[in-house]
Design a protein around this ligand. Structure first.
Ligand SMILES: [Zn+2]
Ligand SMILES: [Zn+2]
Length: 267
């Protein structure tokens, strides 16, 4: 069975990642307006009405903006832990009881052909998670919105063939940004904020050692980062350590406003 993985949107302005295997088609987060997500799905030849489920990482609107709309329009079940359901209740609106599927963080669950492992991440939300997702002997992962790279998260991600890894901000751009308050800057830099390009590059190096070979740098800030800065920081770190990008490991950007590279894994 093939496992397909394709970020539709990734960044502080909105997140949605498409994952499918067999007849199971789902989104990790739906943090853009419903219409934008429908159009992105059609662009990769997926009809929105054929979605099996949406799994949510946490309640921030850049992950949940389209959740309620899509769920009600197409009767799509939503998977989240209890505290995330509570925290997003106001923003996503009414989700009928039969479309609310609760999981426990750390406990695997199945959505038809896909097995999902939700793992705890350090972020300023009620009970935020990342996901490692398995099908057909392959796996992919979503690891964004993390204040720092925890040892446990690194362990969970070890050897994942393809993943989106956060590379949120360049510290200099963040600190210079006149539109952000000092409070917001400190929140982003804190252990419950986001991974900087440097944090991401260090994580990438550790992940490479575990066998990770394809990484999409994602959840880039629109104001405090550029794709070039994120990529350069990662490439420099890997090169310094004797790893050849393009040969030993591939790096891509999970784009903020358009569909990114699609990966099809498994046999
Ligand atoms: Zn986010
Ligand atoms: Zn967040």
């Amino acid at each position: 069975m093939k496992l397909t993985f394709c970020p539709l949107f990734s960044g502080s302005s909105g997140n949605a990642i498409y994952v499918s295997a067999g007849d199971t088609r789902m989104l990790i987060d739906a943090g853009m307006p419903g219409k934008a997500i429908e159009n992105a799905l059609r662009a990769i030849d997926v009809l929105p009405e054929t979605l099996t489920a949406i799994a949510v990482t946490h309640e921030h609107t850049d992950h949940t903006k389209g959740v309620g709309i899509l769920s009600r329009k197409y009767h799509i079940p939503i998977y989240a832990n209890e505290r995330t359901f509570e925290a997003m209740a106001k923003t996503v609106g009414e989700i009928p009881k039969w479309d609310r599927r609760y999981f426990e963080t750390g406990e695997d669950f199945y959505v038809n052909d896909l097995a999902l492992h939700p793992f705890s991440i350090p972020h300023d939300a009620a009970e935020p998670v990342g996901y490692r997702i398995f099908a057909g002997g392959a796996s992919v992962a979503v690891a964004t919105d993390m204040g720092y790279m925890q040892k446990n998260v690194l362990k969970t991600l070890a050897g994942t063939p393809v993943m989106v890894l956060e590379s949120n901000y360049d510290p200099a751009l963040l600190m210079q940004n006149p539109h952000y308050s000092l409070f917001l800057k400190q929140r982003i830099r804190s252990n419950h904020g986001h991974l900087s390009n440097e944090d991401s590059a260090n994580s990438l190096l550790a992940l490479y050692e575990t066998g990770v070979r394809h990484v999409l740098l994602g959840h880039l800030s629109a104001e405090n980062n550029t794709p070039e800065l994120a990529l350069t920081t990662a490439v420099e770190k890997l090169t310094e350590n004797g790893i050849c990008v393009g040969e030993d490991v591939t790096l891509d950007i999970a784009w903020r406003d358009r569909v990114s590279r699609m990966f099809i894994l498994g046999t």
